[in-house]
Design a protein around this ligand. Structure first.
Ligand SMILES: Nc1ncnc2c1ncn2[C@@H]1O[C@H](COP(=O)(O)OP(=O)(O)O)[C@@H](O)[C@H]1O
Ligand SMILES: [Mg+2]
Length: 268
């Protein structure tokens, strides 16, 4: 398997305060990486830096990000436009709120598919409906015909996850994509993410607060604390023999029931 993403000595600061400190890791194609760690440890900053989307006040200090041999930090706006959204797709905790409120879901979804794939409207529609029903949206035709405000927050979030999946990306960056969803729906989304990887070879970096989900999904786990990746390695060996005290603590604090429910429902 070839290298998909390499992050080297990456450091980022907000208003002079370092929040990401010398991050180093790499992942291969088709791998699933889960990033875990307490709130404020720099997980979202890491994801946003990889996407070239640091918020105002955030400043890149040092390091390199190489995506399939290309140095992302040297990308022009035009190069980013071609990569972001399609080859590198993203989902955030509140992705659903980025849907255009004045257009029906279906027209946004079909347009997004047809911007990247040469498909008829009918085929794009069918593809969208399929992905929506994979997201446990019961009446996908109704969802396609609705305005975002006519759907619940959880439904909008599932629409946006389905839209990201339609891109068949090479890398999907997901920042706590399901934390606002109920446990059964979370399990379904996790199952679909695994399927996305298996079908299209999508590599995934997912931030999660749930160590049980990480254990179930990840090939590799990265543990973050105070802006540093304090432990990085194969999921199985990290869970069997964590090296860092903080990883041990995370493993003993696993939200047992919640995690087991998610893992169990993902494998009915
Ligand atoms: N836009 C911002 N402006 C200033 N500080 C920020 C901003 N975003 C995040 N931070 C700070 O950077 C640190 C890391 O935040 P973040 O990457 O969001 O962590 P996590 O996703 O692990 O909760 C925190 O101390 C946070 O307060
Ligand atoms: Mg975050």
């Amino acid at each position: 398997m070839t290298e998909l993403l390499c992050v080297n000595d990456l450091s980022v600061a907000y208003k002079g305060m370092p929040v990401l400190k010398h991050a180093v890791f790499s992942m291969k194609e088709k791998e699933i990486v889960c990033i875990v760690g307490e709130s404020g440890s720099g997980k979202s900053t890491l994801i946003r830096t990889i996407l070239g989307l640091l918020p105002a006040g955030g400043r890149y200090i040092s390091g390199d990000i190489v995506f399939q041999g290309n140095h992302l930090l040297h990308y022009t706006q035009e190069e980013w436009r071609r990569v972001r959204g399609k080859r590198m797709a993203m989902i955030f905790q509140d992705s659903g709120s980025y849907l255009n409120p004045i257009r029906k879901v279906g027209s946004q979804y079909i347009e997004s598919i047809r911007t990247h794939f040469k498909l008829s409207k009918k085929t794009a529609y069918n593809r969208a409906v399929q992905l929506l029903s994979n997201m446990k949206l019961d009446d996908p035709d109704r969802v396609m015909n609705a305005y975002p405000c006519q759907l619940s927050g959880g439904m909008r979030q599932r629409v946006s996850i389905a839209m990201a999946m339609a891109m068949e990306p090479e890398l999907l960056l997901a920042d706590e994509p399901t934390s606002a969803l109920d446990v059964i729906t979370q399990a379904q989304v996790m199952k679909q993410l695994l399927q996305l990887r298996d079908t299209f070879g999508t590599g995934i970096i997912m931030v999660t607060h749930n160590m049980a989900v990480a254990a179930h999904m990840a090939d590799k786990i990265g543990v973050m604390k105070d802006g540093k990746i304090v432990e990085w390695g194969n999921a199985e060996s990290m869970i069997d023999s964590p090296k860092h005290n903080y990883t041990m603590k995370l493993l003993t604090d696993v939200p047992e029931l919640e995690g087991k429910d998610i893992v169990r429902s993902a494998h009915p």
